[in-house]
Structures are given as C-alpha cells and as structure tokens.
Write a protein that binds this ligand. Structure first.
Ligand code: COA
Length: 318
C-alpha cells in the first residue's frame, strides 16, 4: 500500500467516488450587469472567456455544507460514516480557525477536518490527499471544494471582476479493493506567485495573458503525466473535467491533448471561475445529467495561483 514519489500507484486498497453534490448561491450576475458600471460588454466577455453569468453569495462554509450534504446523501451514508473531511478553499471564512471546523460542526461530523489551499487546483489536490488517506486505512473521506471569490474580487477591475465567482462541490471517496484512482500528478511553480495573488485584505491581482499561457502548458503536461501513470492515453478518456476558468484555455488544452470538446464538462458559462468549487461543480453537472457511466475514465485537470496544477484520472465506478 504505497505510492512512489512520482505518484504512480501500487496499492492493495484503493478508493472510488461514491457520491457527489454541488451548491451555488441564488444571486445571478449576468454580463449585462457589468455593462453599466465597467468598460466592458457581453460580447467581449463571452468571446474572451465563455462566461455568460456567474453566482455571488453565501459563505465558503455555507456553500460547502450544502454541497457536502448532497454528496453524503447521494453516497447513501450518514454523517457518522465520514472518517475525514478535507475542505479545499482559498477563501476561508476566517483566518482562524480553518473553515473545515465550521463545516464539520454544521454537518454533524465527528471526524478530523482540515483546510487545504492550492488555489484553483485545490480540489484535485484534496482528492489525491483523500485517496492517499484511504490507502492509509480510512474508509470514507469527504472532499469538498468551496470558494467565495467575489469577496476578494475588485469590482472596479474589469479584467478580474467578470471572471471570479462563488460556488462549491463535494465528493465522497470510499475504500475499494478495485482501485478507481488510476494516476495523478500534483505540482507547483512558486516562482510564478506574482502573476496571480491576493494580499490579506486585498483583491485578486492577475497578469491575465501570462496566466492563460502557463495554464494551458500546465494542464497539458500534468494531464499527460497523470495519464501515463494510469497507463492510459487521451483516447481512453470518456470525460475531461477541467478547471472552469476560461473556455479558450480549455479549448487550447484539449486541442493539444487531442480530446474533443464534446468529451468535456463545461459549466463556466453559468458559474464563472469558482476556484475550488469549479471542478466538483463540473463533475456534479455531468453526473446529474447521466453523462457518466460505470467504467468511464474521467480526467480531472486543474491549475491556479501559486502557480499550482493537479490532474487525476479516476474510473467512474457508481
Ligand atoms: N472587457 C473589455 N476589455 C477588457 C476586459 C473586459 N472585461 N478585460 C480586459 N480587457 C482589455 C484589456 O484591458 C486590454 O486592453 P488594452 O489592449 O487596451 O490594454 C485588452 O482587453 C486585451 O487584454 P488581454 O489581457 O490581452 O486580453 P486577453 O485576450 O488575454 O483576455 C483574460 C483577458 C483575462 C480574459 C485572459 O487573459 C484570461 O482569461 N487569462 C487567464 C485568467 C485566469 O484564468 N485566471 C484564473 C486562473 S485560476
């Protein structure tokens, strides 16, 4: 039961996803809503990002709780069955304590809980950590991605205001003799902190073009590494669930990977970039509409501030 340092899995006990859930705030902000107060318009935002609307509201913990309750119910479990909670977030409700403490109490869990921050790659980081905790003996791990980026977005900055938003998603991982987490890759290039960051009490600051370029490269390299470790090729992937930052980033990465957009889950047109929430929201949307079938290989692929990246290949096994 071990992983070597490259992330190639050699296991006795593995894990699989057995439930999922999502949560979005009620308040819809359309592209037109920005037109009156910023020098921007629906056509520019749609063409350059693919985003048409996004949601603002709630707190990181309230969205996390809603998504997690759905995930636990869809897994057919009760709160006492959960052996660990990992909350991926880059917008904690408080500096201290971790937001996972609030979520743990509101869900009625009695297990350990901690926050993990790897920005927009955080959900996949958390998924891999959860999987490894199951390899260490846990039975059920709740993995949540939740962010309220609207709180740290400068509404006067047209380059970021139109992108970032709020949302959450969750999955339950369960121990399985037939491992479904087939390969993964986690990485960071800390020299790229200056291209995307937020100081305490400040707003997100971004060099958009640089982030765009690096994101495509990181997604493609990381996806290839995770696929290689899974012993699979892009042709084996039934569905890509990428970080929902910009449709052009996803299209560019898919082109390089040789995966058509039809095999890709997209929700960013209605959610914007919800950071940790984005990948589990896109997974939940696909699962809710029956787009995933037992045996399907799913490629999760994220990138974010740090600059972080993370990919995982998971066989859908529900
Ligand atoms: N509406 C209208 N014009 C805008 C605008 C908006 N909302 N935002 C930026 N512009 C302007 C710029 O000011 C610039 O104007 P200038 O030429 O007069 O200086 C022009 O559009 C082109 O800017 P540029 O940054 O080169 O555009 P772009 O095609 O790269 O698109 C982003 C900008 C932000 C959409 C794009 O770079 C992007 O998505 N980058 C990645 C961001 C990201 O995903 N961050 C999160 C990572 S987790």
């Amino acid at each position: 039961m071990a992983t070597n340092e490259t992330g190639k899995l050699k296991l006795m006990q593995g894990s699989r996803i057995i439930g999922w859930g999502a949560a979005l705030p009620d308040k819809v902000i359309t592209n037109q809503d920005f037109e009156g107060r910023l020098e921007t318009n629906d056509a520019w935002i749609t063409e350059r990002t693919g985003i048409k609307e996004r949601r603002y509201g709630g707190t990181t913990s309230s969205l996390a709780v809603e998504a997690a309750q759905k995930a636990i119910a869809s897994a057919g479990l009760a709160p006492e069955d959960i052996g660990m909670l990992i909350l991926s977030t880059t917008t904690p409700d408080k500096t201290v304590p971790a937001t996972s403490s609030t979520v743990q109490a509101e869900l009625g869990l009695s297990c350990g809980a901690f926050d993990l921050n790897a920005a927009c790659a955080g959900f996949v980081y958390a998924l891999v950590v959860g999987h490894n905790m199951i390899q260490s003996g846990l039975k059920n791990v709740l993995v949540i991605g939740s962010d309220t980026l609207s709180r740290i977005t400068d509404q006067e900055d047209r380059a970021t205001a139109v992108l970032f938003a709020d949302g959450a998603g969750a999955v339950v991982l369960q121990a399985s003799e037939d491992n479904a987490v087939l390969g993964w890759d986690l990485g960071v290039d800390g020299s790229l902190v200056p291209i995307l960051y937020c100081e305490h009490g400040g707003y997100m600051r971004m060099e958009g073009r640089e982030v765009f370029k690096r994101a495509v490269l990181a997604m493609v390299d990381s996806a290839h590494l995770a696929l290689g470790r899974a012993g699979l090729t892009p042709d084996d992937i039934a569905l890509v669930v990428p970080h929902q930052a910009n449709i052009r980033i996803i299209e560019a990465a898919n082109r390089r990977l040789g995966i058509p957009m039809e095999r890709t889950s997209i929700v960013l047109d209605t959610t914007g970039n919800t950071s940790s929430g984005s990948i589990p929201l896109a997974l939940a949307a696909a699962a809710d509409k029956g787009a995933l079938h037992p045996g399907d290989n799913v490629l999760f692929c994220g990138f974010g501030a740090g600059m972080t990246w993370a990919s995982a290949v998971v066989r859908w096994d529900i």
